[in-house]
Ligand binder design. Structure first.
Ligand code: FEO
Length: 173
């Protein structure tokens, strides 16, 4: 049973995850438009991951017997200065989402909501990976400079979407 406060907080987080998906979809569209096919692939994978995040919250709220109250999704930016700009914005956004997840964990602890605290642990770990992925790509873009952009874009093209269940299977002994 979710408290009213937690139900609202989870709905708000659901909205942030959907906005994240929207933001990365916008970056994928921009990348494709300017000819950065690798970046378009990377951001499309990121978009798919955000929809997984959204769906996890969606299912958890329903499984908890609460009502899902969807909210309006904010319009994402549609113009970006450069590949570096997109990854700087990505890293900044992921740090923001990490803080939101940590705030949710604090709220669950305050309310002695053990199921939600346990549910959120997946996201705590996931956010470490989210920041690392964006941070690594940004570091390589800075290293490469404009001349190496083509090479980095080819690296970004190699990323594949792995659904969480498949990822768990791959880690099994
Ligand atoms: Fe769902 Fe990238 O945080």
């Amino acid at each position: 049973m979710l408290s009213d406060k937690m139900e609202t907080a989870l709905s708000t987080q659901m909205n942030k995850e959907f906005y994240s998906a929207y933001l990365y979809l916008s970056m994928a569209a921009h990348s494709q438009f300017v000819g950065l096919k690798g970046a378009a692939n990377w951001f499309t994978v990121q978009y798919q991951e955000e929809m997984v995040h959204f769906n996890k919250f969606f299912a958890y709220v329903l499984d908890s017997g609460a009502k899902v109250k969807l909210m309006a999704i904010e319009k994402p930016p549609v113009e970006f200065k450069s590949l570096k700009d997109m990854f700087e914005q990505t890293l900044k956004h992921e740090k923001f989402v990490t803080k939101c997840i940590h705030d949710l964990v604090d709220l669950a602890r305050q309310g002695k909501d053990h199921p939600t605290e346990t549910f959120l642990q997946w996201f705590v770990t996931e956010q470490v990976e989210e920041e690392a992925n964006a941070g690594t790509a940004l570091a390589r873009i800075k290293l490469a400079g404009e001349q190496g952009l083509f090479l980095v874009d080819n690296e970004l093209a190699a990323r594949v979407f792995t659904p969480p269940a498949a990822a768990a299977d791959a880690n099994a002994p």
